[in-house]
Write a protein that binds this ligand. Structure first.
Ligand code: LLP
Length: 416
């Protein structure tokens, strides 16, 4: 993986993206198959030499061609709801390549996953007990909380003593007792410590805890190390350094595999595979001089890319229509009726004019998948830029009229 110290890159030439904005309108998410492929290969190279299989954490972006592209690479899916599981099954992902990791699972969800022959990943002792009672003798995976959490924001740290996820390692005795009571075979041991991690050491610390405990699970065939590999969002930020990662993470995994040849590894990244593949194209409709700052108002917003609002996340923005304009500071906003509806604050951008098309970069993960129709604005269109470089409309834009019609039809009239 080459280091990158320059600004984040567009996933496709700027002319291609401008042509998509002209042909299909804005707001539109565009995803590049080439970049998904590139990231899949990078991941394979990063873990080269280990007995490892990959699951795609599809919550990052469930667009069907992404799952199909990764499926052709042999990737399975990490599914965290019945909806995600059924979605992956319908796209042809075999049940044995799916892990069902719903947290705070209901009985219904448990039965649905079991009925489809998908292994459940359980992170709560009472659920393990209920699973054992319902399906004694079954194979199951348990999610541990290895104490060391990490992530780009407190909201996405999923290990440590402040998170609801995973069975604390000090409860492993109870876990084994429940498993033995119901003859459950714990075939997988799982951890996922957080999201958007660029430090190898943080992975290494958590992995060391989980690997130290894994031999206690005598039926285990694999250890799932979770997702969480970050990408550089800001100019100057660097990718995970390959050499450091191989020294801190891969070398201990490789030693472990030699000592425990019956165990293989699994990894389930989301963001790493898709974030850089996607941009959100938006058109500036209003440039407004405030008393202290200039607002570049667009036709998208927090309903369609909520990461800046929820996590203060940085997304690089390119002015595709005027790349060589003089740099000026802007607050780039959406059209939603909240002051927090800001895509970037005091961002230097080439002179923004009404009508310009902006590309919000690195929006291929947790962009559309977290989008809502808040303020009753329809979702953006989605375009797939295949390896043939031909744009395919994945989801057509819905008119306001059609959106209102469809949404209102979901409500039943209330008898007066
Ligand atoms: N496995 C499990 C069990 C997870 O909960 C997640 C993400 C992943 C894998 C994939 O993590 P990744 O490789 O994408 O970091 N909405 C937030 C991210 C939340 C991630 C939740 N779990 C964001 O936009 O940054």
């Amino acid at each position: 993986m080459a280091e990158r110290t320059s600004a984040p890159a567009l996933p496709a030439p700027s002319e291609t993206l401008l042509a998509i904005a002209d042909a299909h309108g804005t707001p539109t998410y565009v995803y590049s198959e080439r970049v998904v492929e590139r990231q899949a290969r990078k991941l394979e190279q990063l873990f080269d030499g280990l007995d490892v299989s990959f699951l795609y954490a599809m919550k990052a972006n469930p667009a069907p061609p992404i799952i199909e592209t990764l499926g052709r690479h042999g990737f399975g899916v990490d599914a965290v709801s019945p909806g995600e599981m059924l979605w992956a099954l319908r796209l042809g992902i075999a049940p044995e390549r799916i892990l069902f990791s719903a947290n705070m699972m209901t009985d219904d969800e448990m039965h649905t996953a079991q009925a489809h022959g998908v292994v459940l990943n359980i992170g709560e002792l009472t659920r393990l007990e209920r699973y054992g009672r319902a399906y004694p003798g079954s194979e199951v995976c348990v999610r541990l909380n290895p104490k060391h959490g990490a992530g780009h924001h407190a909201h996405v740290v999923t290990a440590g003593d402040r998170t609801k996820f995973g069975i604390p390692v000090e409860q492993i005795d109870d876990t084994l007792r429940i498993a033995s009571e119901y003859d459950l075979k714990i075939v997988g041991v799982h951890q996922h410590i957080g999201s958007g991690i660029l430090s190898s050491q943080q992975f290494a610390d958590a992995i060391a805890v989980t690997l130290a405990e894994a031999p206690r699970f005598t039926d285990a065939r694999w250890v799932n190390l979770g997702g969480g590999l970050g990408i550089p969002y800001r100019p100057g930020e660097e990718e995970i350094d390959v050499d450091t990662f191989r020294a801190d993470v891969i070398a201990p995994l490789s030693d472990y595999q030699h000592a425990h040849p019956h165990l293989s590894f699994r990894l389930e990244p989301g963001r790493f595979l898709t974030a850089q593949a996607g941009v959100l194209l938006a058109r500036v409709n209003t440039v407004k001089e405030g008393s202290r700052r200039t607002f570049a108002g667009t036709d998208t917003g927090m309903g369609q890319l909520v990461r800046p609002t929820v996590y203060d996340a940085y997304h690089h923005i390119a002015n595709l229509s005027n790349p060589d304009g003089a740099l000026q500071p802007y607050d780039v906003t959406g059209n939603i009726c909240e002051t927090g509806d800001v895509l970037a604050r005091e961002r230097a951008l080439p002179d923004v004019r009404e009508g310009d098309v902006l590309a919000v970069l690195d929006a291929g993960a947790y962009g559309m998948s977290m989008a809502s129709t808040y303020n009753l604005r329809p979702l953006p269109a989605e375009v797939w830029l295949g390896a043939d470089d031909v744009p395919h409309v994945l989801r057509a834009r819905e008119s306001d009229e059609a959106f209102v019609e469809r949404t209102m039809a979901g409500y039943r009239p209330v008898a007066q």
